[in-house]
Each structure stands twice: as structure tokens, then as C-alpha cells.
Design a protein around this ligand. Structure first.
Ligand code: SF4
Ligand code: SF4
Length: 327
């Protein structure tokens, strides 16, 4: 992998040059930290990871799939203006990888693909865990970026991870120096982020300790909305009252934590019990997705714990389970 070096002054100038040429999107601190368009690079927030995941820029909260009027269907025009994301952490880069598996390799979803293709992903390495809830180090995360920036105090080391990253580097090569120094694997590890001690939760499904979470879960769905990998959605038609033959077909985020999500015709709800829904989320993240795609879906960002109104820490619950114990 090509490694580059950048003095801090040049790094700043590079960000300014990027924002002159592209829409630059990076974490900013408002009430909470979130990804947003950058007008002034002094607004970029480096300390904490974004409270909200970057997924809403690719898999949108609300997407109009097409509009209709009688038999006429009008598909939306896709935006193709290139944009650059800076400051995506390793967990969220891997979350994008997992959504790429679902929406690009699995479903070939044109809405998602259009947003991904026009985006450059520039990562920012965590020198330490940015939150007490992080556990990315317990999962098998990979390098998945166009460029990755490692803050080394007075300079940045930068890795190029894709053809898109190489094209961007070539365009802005004056801001970088070549480096012979490679980033060692131990430098890519994030200290203090390996608190999930159990790798295989399959045998724990009937453990009575799940109750610690189930009993205080409100089925609110905040965990899935904040999760960078969750991809459940609902599709419905919104018609105009003045002309019921016309309207929009809309895709919106949904959540496996809501009973409505598995309600079918005849009013049967497949996961009516809160316990079924609670365990489904954790097992999809750590078990079912791996069974299907060979990789755990969860990337250990900890957002679902930090943002849960009753602070259910499923990592702690799992760590404290005594193997073999059943109801
Ligand atoms: S955020 Fe917490 S309370 Fe709400 S559904 Fe998720 S686990 Fe349950
Ligand atoms: S399940 Fe929780 S910790 Fe895992 S990726 Fe989703 S929000 Fe992050």
C-alpha cells in the first residue's frame, strides 16, 4: 500500500484545497457531533467520533424511489457531483463495507450505488478509543478506504487504499511527500477498544441473562437508527389527497425493534415479543450476518449503547454471561 507523509500545515492546506474543489463533508460539533458540509475547515471536529453515523448520506432516511401519476412512472435523476468525506473512523469505514455488501453486491441498489460512486472516503485513525463504549478491536475490521490519515503529532501519515484514492492523490500530489515508512499492524490497533470478550454468541441464545437487557428495553428503535450497519427499511406509497392516482413510492428507515416491522397481512406479528426483537438485533449483528456473509455485521462503534435511553450495554451483558447456563 502506498504511504505518504504530510506536514500538519500541508494537511490543513490540503483540506482547504479539497473544500474548494468538492463538497467536503466531515464531523462538526453542534449540540452533538455529526457529519455535515464544511464551509470552514476550522469547524472540523477531530476529538470524538460522530454521534450519528455517516450512513444517511448513502442509505437515506427517506428516499423517493419514483413518482407516479396513473400509469406514468417517473424515476428520479441521480446526483453525480463528486463529494469527499473526511474523518470517517475505522468502525464506520467497515460499516460502509458491510452496507456495500448488502446494497451493492447483494441487491444492486441503484439509489445506494449512485451515492457511493460519487463519494471519496477519507478515513481518520483513532489514536485512542473516542468513547468508553467502543469495542471495534474485538471484531475483525479491515482496511477499507480511499485514503486513511494517521495523526502522528507534527505530521500525518497517509495510506492510499483504492484507485479512487490514488486518483485523488494524483490530483493533489503537491500536498504530499512520499514516505518509505509503512504503517505497522500494531499502529492500526486502537488501544482500549476490545471489551467484547465473547466471539461466538451462538451457544448463548437461551441464556437467562438476556433478561437484563430485555426487561428495560423500550422497543424505541434508537439503537437501530444510530447503528451504522443496520439497514432495515419500509416501502410505502404516499398519494395526493387531491389526486389519489398520483404520488410517490418512498423508502424509509425502519427497525427490527418495532413490532410493526414484522407485522403481515392478517395482523400476524412474527416477532411480537420484546425478547424476540431484542435478541434478533444482537444475533443479526454478531451471528446471522456472519453466517450469510462470513463477517460480523457489527463494527463495535458503541453508538447503540451510548444512545440507548436506558443505556443497555449488550457487550457487558454478553461478557457477564456464564456459558452453558439455560433457562
Ligand atoms: S435503544 Fe435501547 S431501549 Fe430503545 S429499542 Fe434499542 S435497546 Fe431497546
Ligand atoms: S450494533 Fe451497536 S456497536 Fe454494533 S455497529 Fe451497530 S451501533 Fe455500533
Amino acid at each position: 500500500m502506498l504511504t505518504l507523509k504530510q506536514e500538519k500545515k500541508r494537511f490543513r492546506e490540503f483540506l482547504e484545497a479539497l473544500s474548494d474543489s468538492y463538497e467536503l463533508i466531515a464531523p462538526v460539533k453542534r449540540e452533538l457531533v455529526k457529519f455535515d458540509a464544511i464551509k470552514n475547515i476550522n469547524d472540523i471536529h477531530f476529538e470524538k467520533n460522530s454521534y450519528f453515523p455517516v450512513k444517511e448520506f448513502f442509505f437515506k432516511k427517506r428516499e423517493v424511489l419514483f413518482t407516479f401519476n396513473g400509469n406514468r412512472i417517473l424515476e428520479p435523476k441521480f446526483e453525480n457531483k463528486e463529494r469527499v468525506f473526511f474523518g470517517i473512523r475505522k468502525c464506520d469505514l467497515n460499516a460502509i463495507k458491510h452496507q456495500d455488501i448488502v446494497f451493492m453486491q447483494g441487491a444492486n441498489d441503484p439509489y445506494y450505488i449512485a451515492e457511493r460512486e460519487r463519494s471519496f472516503l477519507l478515513g481518520y485513525h483513532c489514536n485512542e478509543a473516542p468513547s468508553e463504549y467502543c469495542f471495534c478491536g474485538s471484531l475483525e475490521l479491515e482496511d477499507y478506504f480511499d485514503m486513511m490519515f494517521y495523526d502522528k503529532g507534527d505530521h500525518m501519515l497517509v495510506e492510499i487504499g483504492s484507485e479512487k484514492g490514488m486518483a485523488l492523490y494524483k490530483k493533489f500530489s503537491g500536498f504530499f511527500e512520499k514516505s518509505t515508512r509503512l504503517i505497522a499492524q500494531h499502529e492500526k490497533k486502537i488501544p482500549g477498544a476490545d471489551r467484547l470478550k465473547v466471539k461466538d454468541i451462538g451457544p448463548l441464545y437461551d441464556n437467562p441473562d438476556w433478561k437484563k437487557g430485555v426487561d428495560i428495553c423500550l422497543s424505541c428503535g434508537a439503537c437501530t437508527a444510530l447503528c451504522p450497519t443496520c439497514y432495515c427499511f419500509d416501502i410505502h406509497d404516499e398519494v395526493k389527497m387531491s389526486n389519489p392516482g398520483s404520488g410517490e413510492r418512498v423508502r424509509e428507515w425502519s427497525s427490527c425493534q418495532l413490532p410493526e416491522f414484522s407485522r403481515v397481512a392478517g395482523n400476524h406479528v412474527f416477532r411480537n415479543e420484546r425478547e424476540q426483537r431484542f435478541k434478533h438485533r444482537i444475533y443479526h449483528q454478531l451471528d446471522y450476518f456472519k453466517e450469510k456473509y462470513g463477517i460480523q455485521m457489527c463494527v463495535g462503534c458503541g453508538r447503540c449503547i451510548e444512545g440507548c435511553p436506558t443505556r443497555i450495554d449488550f457487550v457487558q451483558i454478553i461478557n457477564e454471561m456464564k456459558e452453558g447456563e439455560k433457562r
